[in-house]
Design a protein around this ligand. Structure first.
Ligand SMILES: Cc1ncc(COP(=O)(O)O)c(C=O)c1O
Length: 441
Protein backbone atom coordinates (compact mmCIF):
# COMPACT_ATOMS: atom_id res chain seq x y z
CA UNK A 1 0.00 0.00 0.00
CA UNK A 2 2.63 2.46 1.09
CA UNK A 3 4.56 2.07 -2.20
CA UNK A 4 1.53 3.25 -4.08
CA UNK A 5 1.13 6.17 -1.74
CA UNK A 6 4.11 8.34 -2.41
CA UNK A 7 2.12 11.48 -2.81
CA UNK A 8 4.03 14.29 -4.42
CA UNK A 9 4.01 17.63 -2.67
CA UNK A 10 2.24 19.12 -5.66
CA UNK A 11 -0.48 16.49 -5.62
CA UNK A 12 -4.04 17.69 -5.43
CA UNK A 13 -7.20 16.11 -4.13
CA UNK A 14 -9.50 14.69 -6.84
CA UNK A 15 -12.16 17.07 -5.50
CA UNK A 16 -10.01 19.94 -6.80
CA UNK A 17 -9.03 18.41 -10.14
CA UNK A 18 -6.20 16.11 -8.99
CA UNK A 19 -5.80 12.57 -10.27
CA UNK A 20 -8.15 10.28 -8.30
CA UNK A 21 -6.83 7.22 -6.50
CA UNK A 22 -9.33 4.90 -8.18
CA UNK A 23 -8.75 4.63 -11.91
CA UNK A 24 -11.03 1.75 -12.89
CA UNK A 25 -14.69 1.05 -12.19
CA UNK A 26 -15.92 -0.91 -9.19
CA UNK A 27 -17.93 -4.08 -9.76
CA UNK A 28 -21.45 -3.46 -11.06
CA UNK A 29 -24.40 -3.59 -8.69
CA UNK A 30 -27.05 -5.01 -8.79
CA UNK A 31 -25.67 -8.17 -10.33
CA UNK A 32 -27.32 -10.32 -12.99
CA UNK A 33 -26.17 -13.16 -15.22
CA UNK A 34 -27.56 -15.64 -17.74
CA UNK A 35 -29.41 -17.44 -14.93
CA UNK A 36 -31.17 -14.25 -13.84
CA UNK A 37 -32.09 -13.54 -17.46
CA UNK A 38 -33.51 -17.04 -17.93
CA UNK A 39 -35.55 -16.75 -14.75
CA UNK A 40 -37.03 -13.44 -15.88
CA UNK A 41 -37.84 -14.68 -19.38
CA UNK A 42 -39.58 -17.70 -17.94
CA UNK A 43 -41.95 -15.43 -16.03
CA UNK A 44 -42.37 -13.12 -19.01
CA UNK A 45 -43.93 -15.83 -21.17
CA UNK A 46 -45.58 -17.84 -18.38
CA UNK A 47 -48.87 -15.97 -18.38
CA UNK A 48 -48.48 -15.37 -14.66
CA UNK A 49 -46.98 -12.10 -13.50
CA UNK A 50 -48.60 -11.90 -10.06
CA UNK A 51 -49.84 -14.21 -7.33
CA UNK A 52 -53.27 -12.72 -8.06
CA UNK A 53 -53.07 -14.19 -11.61
CA UNK A 54 -54.39 -17.60 -12.63
CA UNK A 55 -52.56 -20.83 -11.74
CA UNK A 56 -50.44 -21.91 -14.69
CA UNK A 57 -49.89 -25.56 -13.85
CA UNK A 58 -46.84 -25.25 -11.61
CA UNK A 59 -45.89 -23.38 -8.44
CA UNK A 60 -45.44 -19.66 -9.00
CA UNK A 61 -42.06 -18.00 -8.39
CA UNK A 62 -43.40 -16.20 -5.31
CA UNK A 63 -44.27 -19.53 -3.60
CA UNK A 64 -40.93 -20.99 -4.57
CA UNK A 65 -39.07 -17.97 -3.24
CA UNK A 66 -41.06 -18.03 0.02
CA UNK A 67 -40.07 -21.64 0.55
CA UNK A 68 -36.42 -21.10 -0.40
CA UNK A 69 -36.02 -17.99 1.76
CA UNK A 70 -37.66 -19.63 4.80
CA UNK A 71 -35.32 -22.61 4.38
CA UNK A 72 -32.30 -20.36 3.93
CA UNK A 73 -33.09 -18.62 7.21
CA UNK A 74 -33.97 -21.80 9.06
CA UNK A 75 -37.55 -20.78 9.80
CA UNK A 76 -40.90 -22.36 9.05
CA UNK A 77 -42.59 -19.55 7.12
CA UNK A 78 -41.92 -16.63 4.81
CA UNK A 79 -44.31 -14.09 3.34
CA UNK A 80 -42.73 -12.16 0.45
CA UNK A 81 -43.75 -8.49 0.24
CA UNK A 82 -43.50 -5.58 -2.17
CA UNK A 83 -40.82 -3.84 -0.10
CA UNK A 84 -39.00 -3.81 3.21
CA UNK A 85 -41.36 -1.10 4.40
CA UNK A 86 -44.40 -3.28 3.71
CA UNK A 87 -42.74 -6.21 5.49
CA UNK A 88 -42.52 -4.00 8.59
CA UNK A 89 -46.14 -2.85 8.13
CA UNK A 90 -47.20 -6.47 7.82
CA UNK A 91 -45.31 -7.44 10.97
CA UNK A 92 -46.89 -4.59 12.94
CA UNK A 93 -50.42 -5.29 11.67
CA UNK A 94 -50.17 -9.01 12.36
CA UNK A 95 -49.10 -8.22 15.92
CA UNK A 96 -52.24 -6.04 16.12
CA UNK A 97 -50.34 -2.87 16.73
CA UNK A 98 -52.41 0.23 16.07
CA UNK A 99 -53.72 3.51 17.32
CA UNK A 100 -51.97 4.87 20.40
CA UNK A 101 -49.61 1.93 20.86
CA UNK A 102 -45.90 2.57 21.31
CA UNK A 103 -43.15 0.80 19.40
CA UNK A 104 -39.49 1.18 20.34
CA UNK A 105 -37.21 1.74 17.37
CA UNK A 106 -33.55 2.76 17.07
CA UNK A 107 -32.99 6.47 16.61
CA UNK A 108 -30.39 5.74 13.94
CA UNK A 109 -31.88 3.80 11.05
CA UNK A 110 -33.58 4.25 7.73
CA UNK A 111 -36.76 6.34 8.00
CA UNK A 112 -38.99 3.35 7.04
CA UNK A 113 -38.70 1.95 10.58
CA UNK A 114 -40.36 5.08 11.92
CA UNK A 115 -42.80 5.67 9.06
CA UNK A 116 -44.12 2.10 9.12
CA UNK A 117 -44.90 2.42 12.84
CA UNK A 118 -46.49 5.84 12.31
CA UNK A 119 -48.54 4.58 9.35
CA UNK A 120 -50.26 1.87 11.40
CA UNK A 121 -51.31 4.60 13.84
CA UNK A 122 -48.75 3.84 16.54
CA UNK A 123 -46.15 6.13 18.10
CA UNK A 124 -42.51 5.47 17.19
CA UNK A 125 -40.42 5.83 20.34
CA UNK A 126 -36.94 6.82 19.23
CA UNK A 127 -34.34 5.15 21.42
CA UNK A 128 -30.60 5.83 21.41
CA UNK A 129 -28.01 3.42 20.09
CA UNK A 130 -25.07 1.44 21.39
CA UNK A 131 -21.92 3.22 20.10
CA UNK A 132 -19.96 0.00 19.51
CA UNK A 133 -22.53 -1.56 17.13
CA UNK A 134 -24.65 1.46 16.13
CA UNK A 135 -27.67 -0.76 16.95
CA UNK A 136 -30.49 -0.12 19.44
CA UNK A 137 -29.19 0.15 23.02
CA UNK A 138 -30.56 -2.60 25.25
CA UNK A 139 -30.36 -0.46 28.40
CA UNK A 140 -32.02 2.54 26.77
CA UNK A 141 -34.73 0.29 25.32
CA UNK A 142 -35.46 -1.18 28.73
CA UNK A 143 -35.72 2.31 30.20
CA UNK A 144 -38.12 3.41 27.43
CA UNK A 145 -40.69 0.65 28.05
CA UNK A 146 -44.07 1.87 29.30
CA UNK A 147 -47.44 0.20 29.75
CA UNK A 148 -48.22 1.24 26.17
CA UNK A 149 -45.19 -0.47 24.59
CA UNK A 150 -46.46 -3.12 22.16
CA UNK A 151 -43.33 -4.06 20.23
CA UNK A 152 -39.58 -3.63 20.12
CA UNK A 153 -38.14 -3.23 16.65
CA UNK A 154 -34.43 -3.94 16.54
CA UNK A 155 -32.42 -3.27 13.40
CA UNK A 156 -29.16 -4.97 12.51
CA UNK A 157 -27.59 -1.86 11.06
CA UNK A 158 -24.89 -1.52 8.43
CA UNK A 159 -22.54 -4.43 9.07
CA UNK A 160 -23.19 -5.12 12.75
CA UNK A 161 -25.92 -6.82 14.82
CA UNK A 162 -28.07 -5.69 17.73
CA UNK A 163 -27.63 -7.58 21.02
CA UNK A 164 -29.98 -10.40 20.03
CA UNK A 165 -29.68 -12.44 23.26
CA UNK A 166 -30.34 -9.35 25.35
CA UNK A 167 -33.39 -8.33 23.32
CA UNK A 168 -34.87 -11.83 23.21
CA UNK A 169 -34.57 -11.96 27.04
CA UNK A 170 -36.10 -8.47 27.41
CA UNK A 171 -38.94 -9.36 25.06
CA UNK A 172 -39.73 -12.54 27.04
CA UNK A 173 -39.42 -10.84 30.39
CA UNK A 174 -41.75 -7.97 29.45
CA UNK A 175 -43.97 -10.04 27.13
CA UNK A 176 -43.45 -7.54 24.34
CA UNK A 177 -43.06 -8.94 20.81
CA UNK A 178 -39.73 -8.50 19.07
CA UNK A 179 -39.43 -7.51 15.41
CA UNK A 180 -36.01 -7.95 13.82
CA UNK A 181 -35.37 -5.68 10.85
CA UNK A 182 -32.71 -7.54 8.88
CA UNK A 183 -32.82 -5.33 5.79
CA UNK A 184 -29.10 -4.73 6.13
CA UNK A 185 -28.07 -8.20 7.27
CA UNK A 186 -29.31 -10.92 4.87
CA UNK A 187 -27.46 -14.11 5.77
CA UNK A 188 -25.75 -12.88 8.93
CA UNK A 189 -25.59 -15.35 11.83
CA UNK A 190 -25.70 -14.85 15.58
CA UNK A 191 -23.96 -17.78 17.27
CA UNK A 192 -24.54 -19.96 14.24
CA UNK A 193 -28.20 -19.11 13.66
CA UNK A 194 -29.52 -16.75 11.01
CA UNK A 195 -30.76 -13.33 12.02
CA UNK A 196 -34.49 -12.83 11.58
CA UNK A 197 -35.20 -16.17 13.23
CA UNK A 198 -34.86 -14.88 16.81
CA UNK A 199 -37.65 -12.32 16.95
CA UNK A 200 -41.37 -13.07 16.58
CA UNK A 201 -41.01 -11.79 13.02
CA UNK A 202 -37.94 -11.01 10.91
CA UNK A 203 -38.27 -8.38 8.19
CA UNK A 204 -36.13 -7.85 5.08
CA UNK A 205 -35.84 -5.27 2.32
CA UNK A 206 -34.73 -6.35 -1.14
CA UNK A 207 -34.39 -2.80 -2.45
CA UNK A 208 -31.61 -2.06 -4.94
CA UNK A 209 -28.78 -1.34 -2.49
CA UNK A 210 -29.38 -4.49 -0.42
CA UNK A 211 -27.20 -7.60 -0.74
CA UNK A 212 -30.19 -9.60 -1.97
CA UNK A 213 -32.21 -7.47 -4.33
CA UNK A 214 -34.85 -7.38 -7.04
CA UNK A 215 -34.78 -3.57 -7.24
CA UNK A 216 -37.77 -3.48 -4.90
CA UNK A 217 -39.03 -6.27 -2.69
CA UNK A 218 -39.18 -7.59 0.83
CA UNK A 219 -40.08 -10.51 3.06
CA UNK A 220 -41.32 -11.29 6.56
CA UNK A 221 -40.26 -14.56 8.17
CA UNK A 222 -41.55 -16.31 11.28
CA UNK A 223 -41.85 -19.63 13.09
CA UNK A 224 -45.31 -18.74 14.40
CA UNK A 225 -48.04 -20.33 12.31
CA UNK A 226 -50.73 -17.96 13.58
CA UNK A 227 -48.72 -14.86 12.64
CA UNK A 228 -47.87 -16.40 9.28
CA UNK A 229 -51.49 -17.07 8.39
CA UNK A 230 -52.44 -13.56 9.37
CA UNK A 231 -49.59 -12.04 7.36
CA UNK A 232 -50.54 -14.12 4.30
CA UNK A 233 -54.03 -12.61 4.33
CA UNK A 234 -52.99 -9.10 5.30
CA UNK A 235 -50.62 -8.70 2.35
CA UNK A 236 -53.06 -9.82 -0.34
CA UNK A 237 -56.27 -7.93 0.47
CA UNK A 238 -57.54 -10.67 2.75
CA UNK A 239 -56.93 -13.57 0.35
CA UNK A 240 -55.08 -16.85 0.89
CA UNK A 241 -53.52 -19.44 -1.40
CA UNK A 242 -56.01 -22.16 -2.19
CA UNK A 243 -55.02 -25.69 -1.22
CA UNK A 244 -56.40 -27.13 -4.45
CA UNK A 245 -55.05 -25.39 -7.54
CA UNK A 246 -56.71 -25.66 -10.91
CA UNK A 247 -54.92 -24.56 -14.05
CA UNK A 248 -56.45 -21.37 -15.44
CA UNK A 249 -58.24 -20.56 -12.18
CA UNK A 250 -57.21 -18.01 -9.55
CA UNK A 251 -54.98 -19.44 -6.87
CA UNK A 252 -55.91 -16.87 -4.24
CA UNK A 253 -59.22 -17.40 -2.50
CA UNK A 254 -61.12 -14.71 -0.63
CA UNK A 255 -61.14 -15.31 3.10
CA UNK A 256 -61.78 -11.90 4.57
CA UNK A 257 -60.79 -12.49 8.20
CA UNK A 258 -58.68 -9.33 8.27
CA UNK A 259 -58.56 -5.89 6.69
CA UNK A 260 -55.79 -6.46 4.19
CA UNK A 261 -53.93 -4.40 1.61
CA UNK A 262 -52.01 -5.23 -1.53
CA UNK A 263 -48.39 -5.63 -0.46
CA UNK A 264 -47.51 -8.41 -2.92
CA UNK A 265 -44.21 -9.11 -4.64
CA UNK A 266 -44.52 -9.59 -8.42
CA UNK A 267 -43.47 -12.79 -10.18
CA UNK A 268 -40.62 -10.94 -11.89
CA UNK A 269 -39.17 -9.83 -8.57
CA UNK A 270 -39.63 -13.27 -7.05
CA UNK A 271 -37.82 -14.85 -10.01
CA UNK A 272 -34.85 -12.49 -9.61
CA UNK A 273 -34.69 -13.13 -5.86
CA UNK A 274 -34.82 -16.90 -6.33
CA UNK A 275 -31.90 -16.69 -8.71
CA UNK A 276 -29.83 -14.22 -6.66
CA UNK A 277 -30.39 -16.13 -3.41
CA UNK A 278 -28.22 -18.87 -4.94
CA UNK A 279 -25.31 -16.41 -4.98
CA UNK A 280 -25.84 -14.75 -1.60
CA UNK A 281 -23.58 -16.94 0.54
CA UNK A 282 -20.71 -16.73 -1.91
CA UNK A 283 -21.03 -12.97 -2.29
CA UNK A 284 -21.28 -12.55 1.49
CA UNK A 285 -18.09 -14.52 1.98
CA UNK A 286 -16.20 -12.51 -0.66
CA UNK A 287 -17.31 -9.29 1.03
CA UNK A 288 -16.25 -10.59 4.45
CA UNK A 289 -12.80 -11.55 3.14
CA UNK A 290 -12.31 -8.19 1.48
CA UNK A 291 -13.52 -6.36 4.58
CA UNK A 292 -10.93 -8.23 6.66
CA UNK A 293 -8.23 -7.12 4.22
CA UNK A 294 -9.40 -3.51 4.34
CA UNK A 295 -9.43 -3.63 8.11
CA UNK A 296 -5.86 -4.95 8.18
CA UNK A 297 -4.64 -2.27 5.77
CA UNK A 298 -6.50 0.53 7.51
CA UNK A 299 -5.21 -0.26 11.01
CA UNK A 300 -1.87 1.61 10.71
CA UNK A 301 -3.64 4.77 9.56
CA UNK A 302 -4.09 7.18 12.41
CA UNK A 303 -7.66 8.17 13.18
CA UNK A 304 -9.45 5.64 10.95
CA UNK A 305 -10.81 2.22 11.83
CA UNK A 306 -13.44 -0.21 10.67
CA UNK A 307 -16.34 -0.45 13.13
CA UNK A 308 -15.22 -3.24 15.48
CA UNK A 309 -16.48 -6.78 14.83
CA UNK A 310 -18.54 -8.81 17.29
CA UNK A 311 -17.69 -12.12 18.95
CA UNK A 312 -19.85 -15.07 17.85
CA UNK A 313 -21.24 -13.21 14.86
CA UNK A 314 -20.89 -14.20 11.20
CA UNK A 315 -20.74 -10.73 9.85
CA UNK A 316 -22.19 -9.66 6.53
CA UNK A 317 -21.44 -6.41 4.80
CA UNK A 318 -24.38 -4.44 3.45
CA UNK A 319 -21.84 -1.67 3.56
CA UNK A 320 -18.62 -1.15 5.41
CA UNK A 321 -18.48 1.45 8.15
CA UNK A 322 -15.39 3.46 9.05
CA UNK A 323 -15.05 5.39 12.27
CA UNK A 324 -13.03 8.51 11.69
CA UNK A 325 -11.37 10.73 14.25
CA UNK A 326 -11.85 13.99 12.38
CA UNK A 327 -9.04 15.60 14.41
CA UNK A 328 -6.62 13.36 12.50
CA UNK A 329 -7.98 14.99 9.32
CA UNK A 330 -7.21 18.55 10.42
CA UNK A 331 -10.68 18.91 11.93
CA UNK A 332 -12.51 18.55 8.63
CA UNK A 333 -16.09 17.33 9.04
CA UNK A 334 -17.19 13.78 8.27
CA UNK A 335 -19.22 15.24 5.39
CA UNK A 336 -16.17 16.89 3.82
CA UNK A 337 -14.09 13.73 4.27
CA UNK A 338 -16.89 11.67 2.68
CA UNK A 339 -17.05 14.02 -0.30
CA UNK A 340 -13.29 13.82 -0.79
CA UNK A 341 -13.45 10.00 -0.58
CA UNK A 342 -16.28 9.97 -3.12
CA UNK A 343 -14.07 11.83 -5.57
CA UNK A 344 -10.89 9.82 -4.85
CA UNK A 345 -12.66 6.46 -5.02
CA UNK A 346 -15.28 7.27 -7.66
CA UNK A 347 -18.06 5.71 -5.61
CA UNK A 348 -20.69 7.31 -3.37
CA UNK A 349 -19.31 7.53 0.14
CA UNK A 350 -21.81 8.83 2.69
CA UNK A 351 -21.79 9.71 6.33
CA UNK A 352 -24.30 7.44 8.12
CA UNK A 353 -27.91 8.48 8.77
CA UNK A 354 -28.88 11.65 10.50
CA UNK A 355 -30.60 10.60 13.77
CA UNK A 356 -34.38 10.35 13.38
CA UNK A 357 -35.07 13.19 15.81
CA UNK A 358 -33.66 15.50 13.12
CA UNK A 359 -33.93 13.54 9.89
CA UNK A 360 -35.07 15.42 6.80
CA UNK A 361 -37.44 12.62 5.77
CA UNK A 362 -39.13 11.90 9.09
CA UNK A 363 -42.03 14.34 9.39
CA UNK A 364 -44.99 12.64 11.08
CA UNK A 365 -46.57 15.96 12.03
CA UNK A 366 -46.73 17.02 8.38
CA UNK A 367 -48.93 14.02 7.59
CA UNK A 368 -52.72 14.26 7.32
CA UNK A 369 -52.71 11.02 9.33
CA UNK A 370 -51.29 12.79 12.38
CA UNK A 371 -53.82 13.15 15.21
CA UNK A 372 -55.41 16.60 15.64
CA UNK A 373 -55.37 16.43 19.42
CA UNK A 374 -52.43 18.49 20.70
CA UNK A 375 -51.35 16.04 23.43
CA UNK A 376 -51.17 13.19 20.93
CA UNK A 377 -49.35 15.39 18.44
CA UNK A 378 -46.69 16.09 21.06
CA UNK A 379 -46.06 12.36 21.42
CA UNK A 380 -45.20 12.15 17.74
CA UNK A 381 -42.84 15.10 17.68
CA UNK A 382 -39.43 13.62 16.76
CA UNK A 383 -37.68 16.54 18.50
CA UNK A 384 -38.82 15.31 21.93
CA UNK A 385 -36.34 12.42 21.84
CA UNK A 386 -32.70 12.68 22.94
CA UNK A 387 -30.24 10.65 20.92
CA UNK A 388 -26.75 11.81 21.87
CA UNK A 389 -25.00 8.57 20.85
CA UNK A 390 -26.73 8.55 17.48
CA UNK A 391 -25.73 12.19 16.93
CA UNK A 392 -22.11 11.47 17.88
CA UNK A 393 -22.01 8.43 15.57
CA UNK A 394 -23.29 10.60 12.72
CA UNK A 395 -20.32 12.93 13.27
CA UNK A 396 -17.68 10.18 13.12
CA UNK A 397 -18.92 7.38 10.82
CA UNK A 398 -19.00 7.01 7.06
CA UNK A 399 -19.89 4.12 4.80
CA UNK A 400 -18.85 2.51 1.53
CA UNK A 401 -21.42 0.42 -0.36
CA UNK A 402 -21.40 -3.39 -0.43
CA UNK A 403 -20.28 -3.86 -4.04
CA UNK A 404 -16.91 -2.22 -3.40
CA UNK A 405 -16.15 -5.35 -1.37
CA UNK A 406 -16.84 -7.55 -4.40
CA UNK A 407 -13.75 -6.20 -6.15
CA UNK A 408 -10.43 -8.05 -6.26
CA UNK A 409 -8.21 -8.22 -3.18
CA UNK A 410 -5.76 -5.93 -4.98
CA UNK A 411 -8.51 -3.39 -5.58
CA UNK A 412 -8.98 -3.01 -1.81
CA UNK A 413 -5.70 -1.09 -1.64
CA UNK A 414 -7.40 1.95 -3.08
CA UNK A 415 -9.44 2.38 0.08
CA UNK A 416 -6.57 2.94 2.55
CA UNK A 417 -4.73 4.86 -0.18
CA UNK A 418 -7.61 7.32 -0.45
CA UNK A 419 -7.75 7.82 3.33
CA UNK A 420 -3.98 8.43 3.44
CA UNK A 421 -4.06 10.89 0.57
CA UNK A 422 -6.91 12.86 2.11
CA UNK A 423 -5.19 12.88 5.46
CA UNK A 424 -1.97 14.22 3.94
CA UNK A 425 -3.86 16.91 2.03
CA UNK A 426 -6.31 17.69 4.82
CA UNK A 427 -5.46 21.41 4.77
CA UNK A 428 -6.62 21.58 1.16
CA UNK A 429 -9.78 19.74 2.18
CA UNK A 430 -10.71 22.76 4.28
CA UNK A 431 -11.90 24.42 1.06
CA UNK A 432 -14.71 21.88 0.68
CA UNK A 433 -18.08 22.70 2.26
CA UNK A 434 -18.08 21.22 5.77
CA UNK A 435 -21.88 20.94 6.15
CA UNK A 436 -24.11 18.04 5.27
CA UNK A 437 -25.36 17.78 1.70
CA UNK A 438 -26.94 14.36 1.84
CA UNK A 439 -28.47 12.30 4.59
CA UNK A 440 -30.28 9.63 2.69
CA UNK A 441 -28.81 6.51 1.12
C1 LIG B 1 -33.12 -0.96 8.08
C2 LIG B 1 -34.10 -0.76 6.96
N1 LIG B 1 -35.41 -0.95 7.20
C3 LIG B 1 -36.32 -0.79 6.23
C4 LIG B 1 -35.97 -0.43 4.95
C5 LIG B 1 -37.04 -0.19 3.97
O1 LIG B 1 -37.00 -1.02 2.89
P1 LIG B 1 -37.63 -0.63 1.48
O2 LIG B 1 -36.87 0.52 0.94
O3 LIG B 1 -37.49 -1.88 0.68
O4 LIG B 1 -39.07 -0.29 1.71
C6 LIG B 1 -34.60 -0.24 4.66
C7 LIG B 1 -34.07 0.10 3.33
O5 LIG B 1 -34.50 0.79 2.52
C8 LIG B 1 -33.65 -0.40 5.68
O6 LIG B 1 -32.35 -0.20 5.46
Amino acid sequence: VMAKLTIAASDTLASFGGKPIRLRPWPAWPRADAGTERALLEVLYSGRWAISGAYSGHPCAERRFAEAFAKYNGVAYCVPTASGTTSLTLALLSLEIGSGDEVLIPGLTWVACASSVFCVGAVPILVDIEPSTLALSLDDARAAITDRTRAIMIVHPFCRLADIDGFVALSRECKIPLIEDCSQAHGACWHGRRVGSFGDIGCFSMQQSKVLTAGEGGAAITNDRRLYEKMEQLRSDGRLFSLSQQTGRLELVEVGEVQGQNMCLSEFQAAILLDRLEHLDHENSVRAERAALVEEMITPIEGVRVLAGQVGVDQTYYNIIFEVDTAAFDGNSIDAISRALTDELDVLVHPIYQPLNRHLLYNPLKSPRAPRDSERRKELDPARFHLPNAAAARRRCLSLPNFVLLDTAEGMRDIPAAFIKIQRLATELRHLPQGSSVDAF
